[in-house]
Write a protein that binds this ligand. Sequence first.
Ligand SMILES: C[S@@+](CC[C@H](N)C(=O)[O-])C[C@H]1O[C@@H](n2cnc3c(N)ncnc32)[C@H](O)[C@@H]1O
Length: 248
Amino acid sequence: MTPTNRDLRDEIRDYWSDRAATFDDDPGHRIDADMVAWQDLFRRHLGDAQGRALLDLASGTGEIARLCRSLGFAVTGLDWSEPMLERARAKLPDVTFLQADAERTTLPSASMDVIVTRHLVWTLVDPVAAFAEWFRVLRPGGTLLVVDGDFVSRSLLGRIVQIMSPRGPQTESAARHKDILSRVHFSAGARADHVAGLLHAAGFDRIDIDTNLAPIHRAQSAQLGWRKSLLRRSEHRYAISATKPLAS
Ligand SMILES: C[S@@+](CC[C@H](N)C(=O)[O-])C[C@H]1O[C@@H](n2cnc3c(N)ncnc32)[C@H](O)[C@@H]1O
């Protein structure tokens, strides 16, 4: 076998790069009929934008950046996948998108008023390093908003849906996803209280776990179809906001 120094991070980046072309076609990724419900969630945790500097970590195709810009934030996006960045830049030509690892952003300390990230935390290799980095980049008094979920554990409802309507044969992409998921930090699923504990250890305070994502799931239900919609509602999905204390 040819020796290689590719590591898990390279595999994760390549996995997302290979999904970039069709990412927005997947219902639930592109924000559409659910835009107002997402705006409500972000306003609830971040307040009025007032032109504050916001970093969208793991910006993907730019959907969360688009949402935050619509609220009036001065948005910068960051992702490590060039094909994802290409799509985000084409969608939002006036937004700056940087290529970097979210665990080592290279951004100046205290340079952002707000950091948001959707569906990154579950796939972090080293969340302790990542949260320390985000704490550094936020200005004192700044807010972090994490939107994520436990995509491993299945509730009773989730198990019933899977028995009633099993998935077809596993695709190559789904097999890669499963393999990566088995090797990341949150391989047993990113539970909100576990994530909140790590945020607290990184120095964040005023940590608020919000599991009321039902308005978003309701708005998505027509595009998701009944199976995916029920599964989504059965999952442990959440938003966590946290503040960098003023005296830090
Ligand atoms: C599930 S997609 C989410 C995209 C976007 N946040 C959204 O909600 O539409 C995950 C994204 O995270 C990016 N990503 C994963 N780990 C990363 C890391 N350590 N640094 C930067 N980007 C990362 C991937 O390239 C991919 O674009």
